[in-house]
Ligand binder design. Structure first.
Ligand SMILES: Cc1cc2nc3c(=O)[nH]c(=O)nc-3n(C[C@H](O)[C@H](O)[C@H](O)COP(=O)(O)OP(=O)(O)OC[C@H]3O[C@@H](n4cnc5c(N)ncnc54)[C@H](O)[C@@H]3O)c2cc1C
Ligand SMILES: C[S@@+](CC[C@H](N)C(=O)[O-])C[C@H]1O[C@@H](n2cnc3c(N)ncnc32)[C@H](O)[C@@H]1O
Length: 659
């Protein structure tokens, strides 16, 4: 057994029962009716939730969301996906969210999938995530079927999901053997995620289940059972109380076009534009520089990586989700702009050395995510060619890019936002704006009168410098096989970054480059390029004490950029609080929770990515788009809250009220 906080979960302990049915030794129960898993899936769950009716409950709709307790061998999911595929009047998008504490292995999914569902099972198995606590998003069926696997204890996770379910499959093991999945507390948490009128279904009609569901607002209608059972449970969510604290995510209003203006074409803006375009939006990207990736993103390359910690803290969870989102966001043929190769993580100082030693005891992750080796910690990482990655994300017929335009202010005029330059000329308008303007974000908001001053979304500048050097000039690093991080870092540039260094005429014959970084400069006195190089070289002293060739200086290329960092070092990602009504009643406002704050319609920020833009940009972009669309949130709400830009406003309002 793992400790309760371990991100690595105990996997399912599948064993056939006496009749050869897949069963769990831990729970002493079979995964599905002995009369057949597929038959049960159809008769109990699909039928119970009205998905085999003509027309099915998803017919003609934009989207339909199923929420399940107990993913198990995925037969309910595969049967639902198959029924959806076979229905010409199916909804455009199917979301399926399933809670699972003991994931099975991919091979088990395949072994136990009913023969007619094998092709779907194979597609699922190819994307199957490791048994790690948290949310895992999988896009299937040409990205029209979205599976969100919530790995962990349902009681702990359900209150941290955000979604609006149209159907609820209750499929734990028998209540007597698996009581945790049938508690009134869990039913209440599920009810908070369920749309009024949604149907729920289960194979069990145990008295406690009926009672718990009725108390949570479900009207029961027991039906004749299946596979030897007298009855099955069917219910409709019809709460008599009004929803107060927990609002369901709303779909993008049908009256408004899916059109956004993204301001800023760095990693954050490019990732947001890409995620929006993938979701069917038309996107105008406006950028002050002459090209994308000119601001803080102007390094030739950088490293995205997972950050382990002893207690699996917020950053560890975010970087894990970030690496998964990065893989999803990159085009399939991305080898020249992204190389996924584990990075060696070594301590920057004595305190970190002690922490990393501790991790040997505390960090429990699959080896492909983090493992201790003779060379130190090896963590999941990717070297990315910044400009090529931004270009790939912006290369969509739905995205139009305008460079060389400086936005001065935003103005809301009823249904849409007007984007203005300093002379007051309108540069674009759209019902949705994403500000991905790094350090400029608070100033733009303040100039638009949307926050009283930049301190309501504080960002500070962390200047950084890095150098590229042809590998042959540093013989000791010439055979560097994987990125190395300590108090500095060194990595080998991917092909696309080398092409960019070579320039248009490819006059430079160097093909093998190292990138060595990076400084963190806070004061007014930036380091000179020479000082920065000395600093970055010194950062590699734990890797090699052997110097570069004496004639290396002429071959060095220097790069400088500015990172935008928030005070708590976490990005700002989400809609902004509408401060006018809050500041009018500060005492009331101070008593509110984040999710209760009113928001400015159609205005979101994605900024303050600090030194983790490559690791986090695609995750932030996915989270923003899920919020706009009202799709199931791909992050637990505690993580989303930690990124919410309104956290600063709330802190200030509370502080103001207290003083
Ligand atoms: C030396 C260095 C090394 C780094 N190494 C790594 C690394 O290894 N891994 C990693 O993950 N991260 C790294 N980073 C950090 C990473 O580069 C940033 O997190 C990332 O670039 C932030 O992206 P962004 O899009 O938020 O900001 P930016 O790239 O700064 O983009 C903001 C864009 O908005 C535009 N803009 C601003 N105001 C306006 C306006 N008013 N009108 C129009 N356009 C506007 C700007 O021109 C700019 O292009 C490094 C940073 C530096 C400086
Ligand atoms: C009957 S099986 C589900 C079968 C599945 N729906 C299918 O179609 O194959 C029950 C599942 O609930 C999971 N489970 C049990 N307790 C849980 C808990 N507290 N939180 C989340 N999942 C749990 C089990 O690991 C098991 O996979």
């Amino acid at each position: 057994m793992k400790p309760p906080s371990s991100p690595l979960l105990d996997e399912a302990d599948l064993a056939p029962d006496t009749s050869g049915q897949p069963a769990s030794a831990r729970y002493g129960d079979v995964y599905a009716s002995r009369a057949g898993a597929l038959g049960q899936a159809r008769a109990v769950y699909l039928q119970g939730c009205g998905l085999l009716d003509a027309p099915a409950r998803w017919a003609g709709r934009d989207r339909f969301t199923v929420l399940e307790t107990g993913f198990g061998l995925g037969v309910n999911f595969l049967a639902t996906w198959a029924a959806w595929r076979a229905d010409p009047s199916r909804c455009a998008r199917l979301d399926y969210v399933s809670l699972e504490l003991h994931p099975v292995r991919a091979a088990d999914l395949l072994r136990h999938a009913p023969p007619e569902l094998q092709p779907l099972a194979a597609e699922l198995a190819a994307h199957w995530p490791p048994p790690v606590r948290g949310l895992h998003r999988i896009e299937l069926g040409d990205a029209r079927v979205h599976l969100l696997l919530a790995f962990g204890d349902a009681t702990d996770l359900a209150p941290r999901l955000k979604l609006a379910a149209d159907a609820l499959y209750l499929d734990g093991f028998a209540p007597a053997r698996n009581p945790a999945l049938w508690t009134p507390e869990l039913f209440r948490a599920l009810a908070r995620l369920t749309r009024p009128g949604a149907r729920a279904a289960s194979y069990t009609v145990a008295h406690a289940v009926q009672k718990g569901l009725s108390q949570a607002g479900f009207e029961l209608a027991l039906q004749p059972g299946w596979g030897g059972k007298q009855q099955r449970l069917q219910a409709t969510f019809n709460p008599v109380w009004k929803r107060t604290r927990h609002t369901l995510p709303e779909p993008w209003p049908a009256a408004l076009p899916r059109h956004a203006v993204v301001i800023g074409a760095g990693l954050a803006g490019a990732a947001c534009a890409h995620a929006l375009a993938r979701s069917g939006w038309t996107v105008d990207v406006l950028e002050a520089g002459s090209h994308p990736a000119r601001g803080g993103s102007a390094m030739p390359a950088g490293l995205a990586h997972l950050q382990p910690s002893a207690d699996d803290n917020l950053l560890s969870r975010l970087t894990r989700a970030g690496m998964a989102a990065l893989r999803r966001a990159l085009p399939p043929d991305a080898a020249d702009l992204a190389q996924f190769v584990p990075a060696t993580l070594t301590p920057a100082d004595a305190a970190e050395a002690r922490r990393m030693q501790d991790w040997r005891r505390t960090v429990q992750l699959p080896p492909e995510m983090a493992q201790w080796t003779a060379d130190g910690w090896q963590v999941d990482s990717a070297i990315l060619a910044n400009q090529a990655v931004c270009a790939a994300w912006l290369a969509s017929p739905r995205i139009s890019l305008r460079c060389g335009v400086q936005i001065a202010r935003l103005q809301h005029d009823g249904a849409s936002w007007n984007v203005l330059d300093a002379a007051g000329n309108s540069l674009a308008r759209a019902p949705q704006i994403v500000l991905a303007t790094a350090l400029q974000t608070p100033h733009l908001l303040a100039a638009s009168g949307l926050i009283p001053g930049p301190e309501w979304l504080p960002l500070h500048a962390l200047r950084g410098q890095a150098q590229a050097l042809p590998a042959r000039f540093w013989p000791a690093l010439r055979n560097l096989r994987q990125p190395w991080m300590g108090s500095g870092y060194v990595l080998r540039l991917p092909e696309a970054a080398v092409r960019q260094l070579q320039g248009a005429d490819h006059a430079d014959v160097e093909t093998d480059w190292l990138l060595i970084g990076a400084t963190f400069e806070t004061g007014d006195q930036p380091l000179t390029p020479e000082q920065a190089w000395q600093h970055n070289r010194a950062g590699l002293s734990a890797l090699t004490t052997s110097p570069p060739r004496p004639d290396h200086a002429g071959a060095l290329r220097h790069f400088a950029g500015v990172r935008a960092a928030s005070t708590d070092r976490l990005p700002y990602c989400g809609p902004l609080a509408d401060l006018a009504p809050l500041r009018a009643e500060p005492q009331r406002a101070a008593g509110k929770q984040l999710h209760e704050l009113p928001r400015l319609p159609g205005l979101a920020v994605c900024a303050g990515l600090g030194s983790r833009g490559l690791t986090l940009a695609p995750l932030l972009a996915e989270t923003l788009v899920a919020g706009f669309e009202g799709h199931p949130l791909p992050l637990e709400t505690d993580l989303a809250d930690a990124l919410d830009p309104a956290r600063v406003a709330l802190r200030r309002l509370r502080h103001g009220a207290a003083s």
